[in-house]
Design a protein around this ligand. Sequence first.
Ligand code: MIC
Ligand code: SF4
Length: 642
Amino acid sequence: MGQNIVQKIFESHLVSGTLEANRDIAIAIDQTLTQDATGTMAYLQFEAMGIPRVKTKLSVSYVDHNMLQTGFENADDHQFLQTFAAKYGILFSKPGNGICHQVHLERFAKPGVTLLGSDSHTPNAGAMGMIAIGAGGLDVAIAMGGGAYYFKMPEVVLVKLKGRLGPWVSSKEIVLELLRRLTVKGGVGTIFEFGGPGVKTLSIPERATIANLGAELGATTTIFPSDEQTLEFLKAQGRKKEWLLFEADPDACYDEHIEIDLRTLEPMVAQPSSPDRVVPVREVAGREVQQVCIGSCNNSSYVDLMSVAKILKGKKIHPKVSLTITPGSKQVFEMIARNGAMADLIQSGARILESACGPCIGMGQAPPSDAISIRTMNRNFPGRSGTPDDQVFLASPYVAAACALKGVITDPRNLRQQSPRIPMPQKFLIDDSMILSPSRTPEKVTIDRGPNIKPLPTRGPLEDAIEGKVLLKTGDNITTDHILPAGAKILPLRSNIPAISEYLFERVDPTFFKRAKECGGGFVIGGENYGQGSSREHAALAPMFIGIRTVIVKSYARIHRSNLINFGILPLIFKDEKGLERIDQGDQLRIENVRDRLKVNGSLTVQNVTKGREFEVLHGLNQREIDILLAGGLLNYTRSNV
Ligand code: MIC
Ligand code: SF4
């Protein structure tokens, strides 16, 4: 029987397990990437493993998130990362070189290989016909040490594209359509493999927009075939030799099929404050817009920004709008600066930001209160922009540019101009001088550790009885931005767990940390898709640090569940609907014989001491996960197994 692309790569990288949906598997990792906001912890963890040099074929450390240097903290972290990379055999992409996913696609992604990244949008590189998965920093540290990546074999869903996109419709609409149909939890336990004749009409950056936003569906990853378009892109990046034709066999099988006819798509937006609240632009047209932000790892490629420049050329943006442009990489920035498009953007009234995550992660450009901000990004979770009552809409660069011109939400088809069709460059500007090679004399490199870098917190083996108060009862789709927000104020504390812990659940309940501290920890209770969004392991590490031993919810997002296990927090699941209803915040819960029950049983009994009742919870853990939890986390487990 023929194979799909996912099976082909998994088979050639399989370390353990069988390639059947929902079975435990482990794959070998060829490449890793980290970014600065998750990288410092990942490298401290790698260091704790005592391995002198990374064992991957390629590991890159990017600096793109914590770019505002309002104090010494972020600069300290950059120094740490640079010296660490030099010593341990890692390439270092300097601040200013660009956003990790954009740079990785340009310079390192290649068909047929595997990439694990400590950022949830790592699947961006799936545009290149490779398996690229987002994970917690500790999983990436293990991979850098030569360890495999363990997960459940996802179902592989074929997304078959037919036809060609119409004028003013971009590849963003393809993935917004998927989000509209499937919602933010529709891709959990799934890999989306794109195929069909419509794929051939999409360039690599257009495919990357889709693969990137696949993370918002909760998917493990998204992958495209490697074809003529891939060859063109690699050629233009001076990397022709890395191309190989990589497609599904004609008789390949899939667990499910989805079809999208590109001709039926129209300009769309995701309304506040979830990426799946998708509607056609015309349904919300006319609402006043105060801010437009173009950029992020989702839509900041050369073609994206050239399209915006073409739309804005010779015109002025609406007086009420603040427009920011963030080129995704130095390559994009320099190319549009040299060809004059940057001048067109500046003359239109745009504010130009450095190549970094910037507004996407609330590192500046928080919008005014209650104002509409149109962003070409991938996440509009509440308050993520930095403004508590933000109204962020996600849109394509075409829609964003139209809104900037008109000052109201505008369907770009109503602009009196032609839809820009920017050709892919024959040759990109290649200058890797901001990617530093590791040292040839690593023994001479000392790692700079400024006062912002605090030692890694650890915990002992799992307790046999867990007791505590329900500190928080939340609803469905709690994101890691709810659990531990990012933004300009909190991000600089990513290397300082004691300090960052004070912001746990700050936006959900500002009293959480104080109460948790008074109680010495406790339980967190939630609904469906708990922990969706980012890969930040701080959303598990900080709870572990303040004494949270157990989370009980209806279901988990993949990366967050792994992060909880990695840091020794039991991720339990309500057995039935009523479980959640029977608990109130403040109830005292107790679980006994935890260690023994985990070893022999799929369920545990929770006593609600306050209400004098018991209820059953499931754990759904495999043997390896149980062993990790019993050891008190993945680092303890790895150390004791080496
Ligand atoms: C995000 O987009 O939410 C982030 C910031 O890039 C995170 C990583 C982090 O929190 O450091 C992600 O996507 O994993
Ligand atoms: Fe950076 Fe935003 Fe992309 Fe996350 S989603 S990597 S914050 S640009």
